[in-house]
Design a protein around this ligand. Structure first.
Ligand SMILES: Nc1ncnc2c1ncn2[C@@H]1O[C@H](COP(=O)(O)OP(=O)(O)O)[C@@H](O)[C@H]1O
Ligand code: SF4
Ligand SMILES: [Mg+2]
Length: 348
């Protein structure tokens, strides 16, 4: 059933905006090994949610689970529901590939770190942008698709878009290629855009420009966005909510401002301390995280962060309870940062 369209901004209406993504109790296993455990996550229409955590924490696996793009050896359990612009729900886990193809590229799209992952090296970029619209029949004919592709290439800031449309990917710079990918990702006005380190591979000089394009494209469509990055400053400027992942689990979630200035989980505190957000301890020293991320299956039982945490006690040998009002706001730590410890952390 589609929701009635009401001309009131979400924050002024009593209705909670519709979820475009709902992940409930997602687990991903490879054989006996659990790579993701009990992941809960929602993104509403128009909402931008960050997903942070060190490399190897399970962020990309979460994104691939949502897209239904996990490697065949990996088995997902739980529930992932995507709701498209037309109100159509897709339950991703357990759905046949043929049905997911209809969802992917239309209801939900993804921008990867490396643009060539999404581009066909043997096809002109204009034709590739046109093709995503033709596949999903969001344009009436070939001619309209080609014209709209040039329009989209113009919107993402490619100079001389009609000429650029005729180029092959190798004739463009990395930044231009990622702009083409952004055009493809937005072509069908998706309800949800997932970005996995979308600017990490680009020149520092073009990173901010491409990021700005993505955010403006999402805003113009009132789409939801799940934004994966190791750059906490970008999350602080782009997202309203954030989830912190470690060891294949969400260890903390909440409003960006709150999580970044008053982290509760010891891992979050370390992550923020180790970032260039420049938060220092009351004694002026930097917080850091000792040791490195274990490989899959090598995380300790109980709290997954236990072997790196200076606050660990025997209690931490059992799985910490989730404390908070719900999956969008809370943390799982037996000995959270107390407000007194947190004084001096934060700033703005
Ligand atoms: N296809 C796979 N088979 C086995 N292990 C995998 C596979 N893909 C990822 N992993 C493991 O799962 C863990 C989480 O990976 P990933 O989600 O890519 O982390 P992140 O994106 O946070 O860096 C890592 O330990 C990684 O080695
Ligand atoms: S539960 Fe224990 S080991 Fe885990 S982060 Fe909290 S204090 Fe550290
Ligand atoms: Mg990753």
């Amino acid at each position: 059933m589609s929701m009635p369209v009401r001309p009131v901004p979400a924050q002024m209406s009593n209705d909670v905006p519709e979820d475009v993504l709902r992940v409930d109790g997602l687990h991903v296993r490879v054989g006996e090994l659990e790579l993701l455990s009990d992941v809960d996550l929602t993104v509403r229409r128009g909402e931008r949610v960050g997903l942070i955590g060190e490399s190897g924490s399970g962020k990309s696996l979460t994104a691939l689970s949502i897209m239904g793009l996990l490697a065949e050896s990996l088995e997902p359990f739980g529930s992932v529901t995507v709701t498209g612009q037309d109100g159509r729900h897709t339950q991703v886990v357990g759905t046949a590939e043929g049905d997911l193809a209809a969802m992917r590229g239309r209801d939900v799209t993804m921008i990867f770190q490396e643009p060539m992952t999404a581009l066909n090296p043997t096809m002109r970029v204009g034709a590739q942008v046109a093709e995503v619209m033709r596949i999903h029949r969001t344009v009436p004919d070939r001619h309209t698709a080609a014209a709209r592709a040039v329009e989209l290439l113009d919107k993402v800031g490619l100079p001389d878009p009609a000429e650029a449309a005729k180029a092959y990917p190798h004739q463009l710079s990395g930044g231009q290629r990622q702009r083409v990918v952004v055009a493809m990702a937005l072509a069908n006005d998706p309800a949800l855009l997932i970005c996995d380190e979308p600017t990490t591979a680009l020149d520092v000089t073009v990173q901010a420009l491409v990021l700005d394009l993505i955010v403006r494209g999402v805003e113009a469509r009132n789409a939801g966005m799940l934004f994966i990055t190791h750059d906490l400053a970008v999350v602080a400027s782009v997202c309203e909510r954030v989830l912190v992942m470690y060891g294949g689990r969400v260890v903390e979630a909440g409003d960006v401002q709150q999580v970044f200035t008053q982290p509760r989980h010891r891992y979050t505190r370390g992550l923020i301390g180790a970032s260039d957000l420049d938060l220092t301890r009351p004694d002026g020293r930097l917080y850091t995280i000792q040791g490195s991320v274990p490989s899959a299956g090598r995380f300790p039982h109980g709290c997954v962060f236990r072997n790196r945490c200076i606050h660990a006690t025997v209690e931490c040998e059992s799985q910490p309870r989730w404390e908070g009002s719900g999956p969008e706001d809370g943390f799982a730590c037996w000995h959270p940062v107390r407000v007194r410890d947190a004084q001096g952390v934060g700033g703005s």
